[in-house]
Write a protein that binds this ligand. Structure first.
Ligand code: CAA
Ligand code: FAD
Length: 382
């Protein structure tokens, strides 16, 4: 008989523990310093590759871990609990780059690009946004003009996570403007391609140790062998890939929220005011109760979306619900965690101020909260 089972399998628990162990040993000690100096976690990203965290769901035939989406969510949560920047670096490589290549790429593309990406030997980035095309993603200005055996790419991509540190870029560009979104292609472009320039690094509010750059293309020649999917399939590739990406960002948000909650819970048992621990004041207890409840609600929305993805069902709506809810929970919980810490929450040492700054981006990238609501509304009204 089939039913609901909320228990994790032994394999899933082992992945969760491995990720927690890695995050506590390798990410925690200099997370504040990396945030302060916007320093990319180069050594830790290399280790994540070696531990199999950069290609978790990829078929072992292509160097991946062959794991389910729940395992991936568990690992991302543990890493984001400590360092949300490391989590987004991981999420982009797994969900937006490896997944898209495995699902839509040719055998040759998988051998040449997916394998080193899944093994963590190379890092990837996903380039959809432009200076004038964020939420309105079909308004692509970057062009990929068909020149027979290759495309000539011109334009600027904005806000690209892993933009400076990646070796391989998946770039969305317009080939035939008359066909609208059906004239868009997705191309694999290697760093070092002529005319491919990495622009300035953004100085951000949060996730400061992930690197965000604009990328410029000027008459960059890209072989047709590097097109992902059929001609004109690029927009659907981007949207289909983002459905899974949104589960990853929801897991990142969940990790930020649970990291801040755990710190607030601990602090409330230590800090005394008016002759007793602040956890004995009902106002603080109710905050903790609400934080815990919202985190659990976000967790189950995320698990449901991950489960639907693993079952091969349509998960656009559940991924959007998980992402909008978890990101808003992350923003609310981190704000409360700062409040529980009082003045100490407002300085770097206690981590929760960083978590509050990190939480904000989860309401913006991979589709803003407004765009998630648009996706959900279209789904329920169709
Ligand atoms: N899967 C596959 N195809 C999809 C799809 C999905 N989930 N959603 C839409 N499509 C298809 C539609 O079927 C349609 O094709 P047809 O006309 O052939 O049927 C086509 O895409 C266009 O769809 P819409 O008419 O719905 O397009 P729209 O202009 O109304 O826009 C949108 C839809 C949901 C607003 C979309 O533009 C969107 O998601 N915008 C947000 C962009 C975004 O999330 N960017 C994230 C960048 S990556 C990032 O941010 C990474 C990071 O930070 C770490
Ligand atoms: P806009 O689209 O201009 O939106 C401005 C405001 O208007 C928002 O509040 C939005 O919700 C609202 N709005 C827009 N349209 C509607 C509508 N139809 N209904 C209601 N409200 C609406 N992109 C990539 O391609 N790859 C990456 O790796 C990547 N990484 C990023 C990392 C960071 C740190 C940041 C800041 C962004 C990143 N992005 C990336 C871009 C990100 O996905 C976009 O910023 C996001 O999709 C919003 O686009 P926009 O900034 O142009 O805002």
């Amino acid at each position: 008989m089939q039913g609901i089972n909320f228990d994790l399998s032994e394999e899933q628990l082992a992945v969760q523990e491995a990720a927690r162990d890695f995050a506590e040993k390798e990410l925690l000690h200099d997370a504040i310093e990396r945030d302060t100096h916007s320093k990319f976690p180069e050594k830790q990203v290399k280790m994540m590759g070696e531990l199999g965290f950069l290609g978790m769901m990829v078929d072992p035939a292509y160097g991946g871990g062959g794991m389910d989406t729940i395992s991936y969510v568990l690992a991302l949560e543990e890493i984001a609990k400590i360092d949300a920047s490391a989590a987004v670096i991981m999420s982009v490589n797994n969900s937006l780059v490896c997944w898209g290549l495995e699902k839509y790429g040719t055998e040759a593309q998988k051998e040449k690009y997916l394998k080193p990406l899944a093994l963590g030997e190379k890092l990837g980035c996903f380039c959809l946004s432009e200076p004038e095309a964020g939420s309105d993603a079909t308004s692509q200005k970057t062009t990929a003009i068909d020149k027979g055996d290759h495309y000539l790419v011109n334009g600027t991509k904005n806000w690209i996570t892993n933009g400076g540190s990646s070796d391989i870029a998946l770039v969305i560009a317009q080939t035939d403007a008359d066909k609208g979104h059906r004239g868009i292609n997705a191309l694999i472009i290697e760093k070092g391609t002529e005319g491919f320039v990495v622009g300035k690094k953004e100085d951000k509010m949060g996730i400061r140790s992930s690197d965000t750059h604009s990328l410029m293309f000027s008459d960059s020649k890209v072989s047709k062998e590097n097109r992902i999917g059929d001609d004109g399939h690029g927009f659907k590739f981007a949207m289909g890939t983002l459905d899974g990406g949104r589960i990853g960002i929801a897991a990142q948000a969940l990790g930020i929220a649970s990291g801040a909650y755990e710190r607030a819970l601990q602090y409330s048992k230590e800090r005394k005011a008016f002759g007793k621990e602040i956890s004995k004041h009902q106002a603080i207890q109710f905050k903790l109760a609400d934080m815990h409840t919202k985190i659990e609600a976000a967790r189950f929305l995320i698990y449901k979306a991950a489960f639907e993805k693993d079952q091969g069902r349509n998960y656009s709506e559940s991924a959007a619900m998980a992402k909008v809810y978890a990101s808003e929970v992350a923003m609310w919980v981190t704000t409360q965690a700062v409040q529980v810490h009082g003045g100490y929450g407002y300085v770097k040492e206690y981590h929760v101020e960083r978590m509050m700054r990190d939480a904000k981006i989860t309401e913006i990238y991979e589709g803003t909260s407004e765009i998630q609501r648009l996706v959900i509304a279209r789904s329920i009204l169709k």
